[in-house]
Design a protein around this ligand. Sequence first.
Ligand SMILES: *Cc1c(COP(=O)(O)O)cnc(C)c1O
Length: 395
Amino acid sequence: MFVYADNAATTSVSKTALDAMIPYLTEKYGNPSSLYAFAQDVKEGLEEARATIAKCINASPKEIYFTSGGSEADNQAIVSAAKVGARKGRKHIISTKFEHHAVLHTLKKLEKEGFEVTLLDVHADGVVTVEDVKNAIREDTCLVTVMFANNEIGTVQPVTEIGALCREKGIPFHTDAVQAAGHMPIDVEAMNIDMLAMSGHKFHAPKGVGVLYAKKNMPLFNIIEGGGQERGKRAGTENMAGIVAMAAALKESCEHMEENNARIIPMRDRLFAELSKIPHSKINGSLEHHVPGTVNMCFEGIEGESLLLMLDMNGICASSGSACTSGSLDPSHVLLSLGLPHEVAHGSLRLSIGEYNTMEEIDHIIECVPKIVAKLRDMSPVWDELETGKRKHLI
Ligand SMILES: *Cc1c(COP(=O)(O)O)cnc(C)c1O
């Protein structure tokens, strides 16, 4: 049996998204910047996609900018706010330790350019509080960027409250909503969001296309220089097929959100319930504030990488840490930010399921994981020390 349980890394392209993009790969190949009617038809498709996406998050179409993905949107939002801040002599940025690297590495670069960055600790339940943000705010704070939902553990942050605080203090608020878009309701007005990033391939559109939402009057600076596309804020001929597919996929995901989640949540809860029966295991992140499909657990005495390889032999695609860091031997920065010891963080497993998964697939996972964990523990010298009392169990 083949089971794809890595939907937080990427998703398959839906039929709706594929159908939407095909005309733009075939007959509708005009450049939307050209003036003749043949291209104007394409331009119309572009603006329709913009309006569709705006509606899904309660924004105005003028506040939607198409990018090459979530990473680019995060980069542009953060760099823009930093530049505006620097002009006013404000060079302090607040973020969290468990952001995606698209945010963390951008902040690192800004630090080298003289910005001061406060990375908030994450509480053991995987949530940052409004008080944490409030206590970190300074006179010279020019940006708060806190992710909507974490990509490894699936915890959802108090975005609305953080946004309200930032409004009150007059500080721009950006959120990386890549894991939330299409899976949870987003209302940029009600949630006090000034800038937001999303990525098509996390909700059944193709890879390589994303959105930066920037509230009216939020100044943007270009990351990509060139032509005047996207109202001068993002050069490059538009990825038309990707953009229309993303709009179709987001619309579909938002329209079917409740029924999708009603399918996903029981599968997720069954995974949690059954895998928690494995001795010396631990669920990472509070289940109270959670995206529907992400399950993250640690199993003591094993290596997450070995678990992944053996799951792969059983046809199961899963992940330990994020896709971008697997392959490196360091434990996930997200799990460490929760205060997990290195030894425990090493034995992590992320299963992220979507509406295309079935209960039969969940059963297959539930059958395989306990057996594999037991087998790996049998072979593990660390487990031996834990069982003979030479080493203390941490979970
Ligand atoms: C996937 C992901 C990104 C990166 O998006 P790309 O479109 O792959 O560049 C950024 N942030 C989070 C939280 C993600 O999960």
